[in-house]
Design a protein around this ligand. Structure first.
Ligand SMILES: [Zn+2]
Length: 415
C-alpha cells in the first residue's frame, strides 16, 4: 500500500496552502479528473437504481439543527454560528436535515415510496488542526449521500439494495473492504427516540448483513446519534481504519421532522429514512484509491487514459490527430512527443497511463497504432479507430480489466 499524503502530492493530485488552511486541500487537474469520473459513475449507478438527484445549500439556520438534534448531539463537530442580520446561520454538518425538508415540501403518497433522494454535496466538520492530514481528515467534505424515504415494510429491501451498490462499487474501483461493521449504540442510555426503535433498526441491519452473506463485527458505541448503521471499513498503509461507506436505518429524524405519507388507507403514516453512502466522500475515496493503486488507477479513473507516442518528429501530425480523435471520443489523452525524450524514456515516464499508443512510420502510413498496456502487454498494430473503440469500451465498462481479448460486438462497431 501507498501513503496518499505523500504520493498524492507527488502525482499532482492534490495539494494544500497555509493561506487556505489546514484540512482544506484543493484538487489539481489530475485529482479533479478522478473526482469527476467518480461523480459521473455514482450518478449513473444511482440513476439506474431509481434515485433522483437534488441540490441543496451548504448553509442553514441553526434552528434546523435544533430540530434534527445535531446541535445538541454533534455541536463539537460543527462550526460556530454566523450572525447574519440577527439570524444564526451554520455550515451544515450533514445533508440529512435538508433532505428531510425537501421530502416534507410536497404531499407524499405511498405510491411515491420508496423515494430515493441523492446528492453529491458539501458538509463541514470542525476538526482541530492537529488531527488533519492529506485528504482523509478534512474540514470540508464532499459526500456521495442519499436518503431513502420508505414505508416500514420496504426498509429491509432498500438497505439490502444499498449494500449491493456498495459491493459493486468496490469491485469497479478495484478496492476491498477491510471489514464490515455493525455499529450499535453505546449501552450508557444515550438512545434518542427510545430503545425499541434502536433494537428494531439493529435487527433489520443484522438481517441485511446475514442475507448478503458477509461476515461482520458488531460494535457498541459506533452508531450515529439517530440510529445504528452498517459501516464498510477500509484500512490505509498504516492499517488505520476508517468508514468509507455506510447504510443506516433511522426512525428518529422522520419523527423529529414530522414526515408523513398518505397510505393506501387514506390515513397519514410515518416513513422510515435509510441514510446511505456508496463511495463515501470524494476526498476519502480519492485518498483510498491512491493508497491502493499508487498512481495506476483503473482506466476509467485514470487522469490520463491514453498517451500517444510518435516515434519521431515525422509522426507528429498523426499523433496530434489521434489524440484529438481520442478526446472527441470522450477519453483523456495527451501526446508525448520526442521533445520530451527518447521513446524509451517517454514509455517509462508514462508507465502509470493505462494505454500508450505508439505511432512509427509504418503505423502512420496505415492509420494504425501499436498499443502498449500498463500491465506490460504489447499488442500488434491495429487500425487507430479500432484501438480507440476498444479502449472506449473498456473505459465505459468502468471495471478494472484493461483489455478484453474479443469484446462482444466491438469489431462490428464503426471505428
Ligand atoms: Zn443522512
Amino acid at each position: 500500500m501507498y501513503d496518499h499524503r505523500k504520493l498524492g502530492r507527488e502525482l499532482g493530485i492534490f495539494d494544500t496552502d497555509p493561506l487556505i488552511g489546514a484540512g482544506l486541500p484543493y484538487l489539481l487537474p489530475d485529482g479533479a479528473a478522478i473526482r469527476h469520473a467518480l461523480e459521473e459513475y455514482i450518478r449513473e449507478v444511482e440513476r439506474r437504481a431509481g434515485y433522483q438527484h437534488v441540490y441543496s445549500p451548504v448553509l442553514a439556520k441553526r434552528e434546523l439543527y435544533d430540530i434534527s438534534g445535531h446541535w445538541s448531539h454533534y455541536r463539537d463537530g460543527m462550526y460556530p454560528p454566523m450572525d447574519i442580520g440577527g439570524e444564526q446561520v451554520v455550515l451544515r454538518p450533514s445533508l440529512c436535515p435538508h433532505h428531510a425538508l425537501i421530502y416534507r415540501s410536497r404531499t407524499r403518497s405511498y405510491r411515491d415510496l420508496p423515494l430515493r433522494m441523492a446528492e453529491l454535496g458539501g458538509q463541514y466538520r470542525s476538526e482541530l488542526s492537529g488531527v488533519l492530514g492529506g485528504l482523509t481528515r478534512v474540514r470540508a467534505i464532499h459526500l456521495n449521500d442519499a436518503h431513502i424515504f420508505c414505508a416500514p415494510d420496504q426498509v429491509a429491501a432498500e438497505a439490502a439494495a444499498a449494500l449491493g451498490l456498495i459491493r459493486q462499487a468496490y469491485r469497479d474501483l478495484g478496492i476491498e473492504p477491510a471489514r464490515y461493521r455493525l455499529s450499535l449504540a453505546s449501552h450508557d442510555g444515550k438512545y434518542v427516540g427510545g430503545r425499541e426503535m434502536w433494537d428494531r433498526a439493529a435487527a433489520l441491519l443484522e438481517q441485511v448483513l446475514a442475507d448478503a452473506g458477509v461476515p461482520y463485527d458488531a460494535e457498541e458505541g459506533e452508531a450515529a446519534f439517530y440510529g445504528p448503521k452498517i459501516d464498510v471499513q477500509i484500512a490505509d498503509s498504516a492499517e488505520r481504519e476508517a468508514s468509507m461507506s455506510t447504510v443506516q436505518i433511522d426512525f428518529y429524524l422522520p419523527e423529529r421532522f414530522g414526515l408523513e405519507y398518505v397510505g393506501a388507507d387514506g390515513a397519514r403514516h410515518r416513513p422510515v429514512m435509510v441514510h446511505r453512502s456508496v463511495i463515501g466522500s470524494a476526498e476519502r475515496a480519492i485518498a483510498h484509491l491512491i493508497d491502493v493503486h499508487g498512481g495506476a488507477f483503473p482506466a476509467w479513473l485514470a487522469p490520463v487514459q491514453v498517451a500517444v507516442l510518435p516515434v519521431g518528429e515525422a509522426q507528429g501530425r498523426e499523433a496530434d490527430a489521434l489524440a484529438r480523435r481520442a478526446v472527441d471520443a470522450g477519453l483523456r489523452a495527451v501526446v508525448a512527443g520526442p521533445e520530451s525524450g527518447s521513446l524509451g524514456a517517454r514509455i517509462h515516464a508514462g508507465r502509470l497511463v493505462p494505454y500508450q499508443a505508439v505511432i512509427g512510420a509504418r503505423e502512420a502510413a496505415a492509420d494504425e497504432v501499436a498499443l502498449r498496456l500498463r500491465d506490460g502487454r504489447r499488442l500488434s498494430a491495429m487500425p487507430a479507430g479500432e484501438a480507440l473503440a476498444r479502449i472506449g469500451e473498456r473505459v465505459a465498462a468502468r471495471g478494472t480489466e484493461l483489455w478484453q481479448a474479443d469484446p462482444v460486438g466491438c469489431l462490428a462497431a464503426p471505428g
